[in-house]
Design a binder for this molecule. Structure first.
Ligand code: FES
Ligand code: FE2
Length: 438
């Protein structure tokens, strides 16, 4: 349980807010590259409570500028994409991708007024299917040397989904290894034909045991949390009756990403990005350590569950997430179908738009959440003290020095889980066509 003042500090993201100032020191996912595949690549972006417009100019370069025209505030999302920039339809003021006003066709001939007009703009970079924005002070940090960025574009599929809640409660579900034994419990083990959301329907750690059964049979994991250069390493150990240990490692990558094992060949790195205080997107990068990914198929599968253009899930609070009490009695713990994304969405949205943490009661299994909040508080204090260079994953990090981080799932005989996990990860990387580490 925390105070209201601390809850506000950790959750609010607008300009000048505590957590918002921390997040602004990192590259943030602003849009999927897929959103810009259009005859008119101009899309609205609401990020960290700021309204922006993202566009690709005729030279193919991206610009991210204030959505409201600096003249009298009209909406530049309706702008004319011409003359290598974006032109406001109200009085024709024309902006280049840096936000500089380059022409005011209605002002008197010879006027130099435009030279002093510049819309707010932010640097953007496109990487493996996502357009990233840096909205903070000074120079942006180097991109972290994570698998999802090191892998070639052919081996990464990116997608996103809208959740109607604050970003922190969305992030906190990813550092809560205990919930999978309940929220994602399937009462039967057979695999459904549709692979979407099958994360826990694979076999555990390359063995004969279905992950669903393991999670169901061992609902009290021993959870260890280590502070790492990049954030937190969470190790969930399930000590089995036959003496073996199941180990599942997930990682929190500061400030708002998690990296989780999806299968033997794939990890998911997922950012929980604030749209504003009460809405967020998850952006996932599915990284394959083996074959190239079939992006068309993966996108089609996910678009069956989401609507465009805002990537809002079709199951949501308005239709009770598809809740069926009969299904809850027979098939799944939630009664909301087999897609685990829907389970997580229900869990975080049902808390309210911003979870009231003055009323929560954290237990031993919430150790990851407790440690993460401590890291975030520490980061807020550093930014206030002008120590931004001391933030995790900022300055001083040798980009060649971080690989992974490892997210893995393995079963060890006895308690040799540390070495078994390392071997399992090494085997995956040895087969990987793009991993040059070994
Ligand atoms: S409001 Fe945009 S040009 Fe006047
Ligand atoms: Fe989950």
């Amino acid at each position: 349980m925390i105070s209201q003042a601390l809850n506000d500090s950790l959750t609010r993201v607008g300009p000048g807010s505590d957590a918002g100032s921390v997040l602004r020191h990192y590259w943030q996912p602003a849009a999927l590259s897929d959103e810009l595949i259009s005859a008119r690549p101009v899309v609205p972006v609401r990020l960290l409570g700021e309204d922006l417009v993202l566009f690709r100019d005729s030279a193919g370069k991206l610009g991210l500028i204030d959505r409201h025209c600096p003249h009298r505030g009209a909406d530049l999302c309706y702008g004319r994409l011409e003359d290598n920039g974006l032109r406001c339809p109200f009085h024709g003021w024309h902006f280049d991708r840096t936000g500089q006003c380059v022409e005011q066709p209605g002002e008197p001939e010879g006027s130099h007024m435009h030279e002093n007009i510049r819309a707010t703009s932010y640097p953007v970079i496109e990487k493996n299917g996502i357009v990233w924005a840096y909205m903070g002070p000074g120079d942006p940090p180097a991109f972290p040397n994570l698998d999802c960025f090191r892998a070639p574009d052919s081996h990464v599929f990116a997608f996103k989904g809208l959740w109607e809640c604050n970003w922190l409660q969305a992030m906190e579900v990813g550092i809560d290894p205990a919930h999978a034994s309940f929220l994602h419990r399937f009462l039967q083990d057979e695999d459904p034909a549709d692979s979407y959301g099958k994360q826990f329907r694979d076999k555990a750690g390359n063995t004969e045991i279905p992950m669903t059964k393991l999670l169901r049979d061992y609902p009290r994991p021993e959870i260890r949390v280590d502070e790492m250069e990049y954030g937190l390493k969470l190790t969930a150990l399930r000590h089995m009756e036959d003496g073996r240990t199941h180990v599942r490692i997930t990682n929190q990558i500061f400030p708002e990403a998690i990296c989780i094992p999806m299968s033997r060949e794939m990890t998911i790195t997922q950012w929980h990005v604030p749209v504003d205080d009460t809405t967020c997107y998850w952006y996932s990068m599915f990284t394959s350590f083996k074959d190239p990914v079939n992006k068309t198929l993966m996108r089609e599968q996910r678009l069956k569950e989401h609507r465009l253009p805002d990537y809002a899930p079709l199951k949501n609070a308005r239709n009770n997430y598809g809740y069926d009490p009969e299904e809850q009695a027979r098939e799944t713990y939630t009664g909301m179908g087999l897609d685990i994304n829907v389970h997580d969405q229900w869990a975080v949205e049902s808390m309210g738009r911003i979870q009231d943490r003055t009323r929560e009661h954290l237990g031993k299994t919430d150790v990851g959440i407790i440690r993460y909040r401590r890291m975030l508080r520490d980061a807020i204090a550093k930014v206030k003290d002008g120590q931004a260079e001391a933030l995790p994953m900022r300055g001083g990090v040798d980009p060649q020095g971080i690989f992974g981080p490892l997210s893995n799932d393995a079963i060890a005989d006895g308690h040799e889980w540390e070495s078994v996990n390392a071997q399992s990860d090494a085997a995956r990387r040895a087969d990987c066509p793009w991993d040059a580490r070994l």
